[in-house]
Design a protein around this ligand. Structure first.
Ligand code: TXA
Ligand code: MG
Length: 320
């Protein structure tokens, strides 16, 4: 935390004036704005450089507010809300008629979440309404997990950034679509799909369907560092990393490995635990993306349930 950081009162009055605010959440930092104010939402899209049709998540103070934003709410949604909110779960439901088209991308659904970070909770409670908050990065770039990352993205264009320390989870919320006949996991997060299915009493279909709402996270090149980033299967073996560097003709590769750095190679040794890995993933990508290296070689984490969301984000970082 630092002295430049704004207070909750400053943040709330800026939000009431229709301005954008950098807001810490437990997943990543959000670019928050009043979800009932068309001009405020237009500023979010302009700041991010995000295509207008892409829908935003509305952050609400608590699950009791669900009915202000959604209709025909299934019992399953109430169970998930009761079980996981506040927390890293976003529910896609049928929108209430009052929800702005600018929020939903004119779709018949709305995405809702109650964040678990105490500062976000205080801001939402004091503001008393819903806040859109896409990740506070320019479109297509790595999401921020510290206030410093947010300042690096927007500088003076975003004077008010609340500093809530490093995000505890580190990657974006799980998105579950309950607006149709089949519950569907649109974006995996660190909440285990098995835990969601347990409360749901049903199996989650995976991935977006044709004609289903657009999820920018499903664009191949989302979450990408500027430095070319490559997925290396079998990257626990130093020889696979050296072969990757040769194959992509890298002069100064950085590696992200889950063990000690191989002799003679630069980069980062990553935590072997999935929660710990997720927490430092985006900060690590940002550090390795400072222009020192001409490529980033990512040793593929295990293909197990615990690593599902991390593998998803790393795949996207490697897509181009
Ligand atoms: O953890 C998070 O969810 C973070 C923090 C700040 O809360 N926010 C976040 O927002 O990741 P953003 O805008 O970067 O991603 C929101 C995702 C997008 O992929 C968007 O397409 C999807 O939510 N989304 C929003 N509304 C939707 C809807 N009605 N139907 C389907 N997907 C929707
Ligand atoms: Mg994002």
């Amino acid at each position: 935390m630092d002295t430049q950081s704004a207070t909750i009162e400053q943040a709330v009055s800026a939000l009431r004036r229709g301005e954008c605010v950098g807001l810490p959440t437990e997943t990543v930092y959000g670019l928050a704005a009043d979800a009932r104010n068309v001009q405020a939402i237009a500023r979010v899209f302009a700041l991010k450089g995000r295509p207008l049709a892409h829908p935003l998540i509305v952050h609400i103070p608590d699950g009791d507010c669900l009915d202000e934003w959604a209709v025909e709410i299934p019992e399953a949604a109430r169970r998930l809300a009761a079980g996981f909110w506040p927390g890293p779960l976003t529910l896609v439901l049928r929108r209430h008629p009052s929800v702005l088209d600018a929020v939903t991308g004119s779709q018949p659904t709305v995405a809702l979440r109650v964040p678990a970070h105490p500062l976000a909770g205080s801001v939402l409670a004091a503001f008393g309404g819903g806040l859109v908050a896409p990740s506070a990065n320019r479109f297509g770039r790595v999401s921020p997990t510290t206030a410093a990352h947010v300042r690096a993205e927007f500088g003076d264009a975003l004077p008010i950034v609340l500093d809530g320390g490093a995000s505890a989870i580190g990657i974006e919320s799980s998105i579950v679509d309950l607006s149709g006949d089949t519950p569907r996991l649109l974006r995996p997060g660190m909440l285990s799909p098995t835990a969601i299915e347990h409360l749901l009493g049903a199996t989650l279909a995976r991935g977006a369907q044709v004609n289903s709402p657009r999820v920018p996270g499903s664009l191949a090149s989302h979450y990408a560092p500027r430095t070319p980033t490559y997925w290396i299967d079998g990257g626990a073996d130093p020889e696979a990393l050296h072969a990757g560097a040769r194959a992509h003709a890298l002069q100064r590769p950085a590696v992200m490995v889950m063990d000690a750095l191989p002799p003679g190679m630069a980069g980062r040794a990553m935590p072997a635990d999935a929660q710990d890995y997720a927490r430092v993933l985006y900060a690590t990508l940002r550090e390795l993306d400072q222009g020192v290296f001409d490529g980033i070689l990512v040793a593929a984490p295990p293909d197990t349930a615990a690593w599902l969301a991390i593998r998803d984000r790393l795949r996207r970082a490697c897509a181009r």
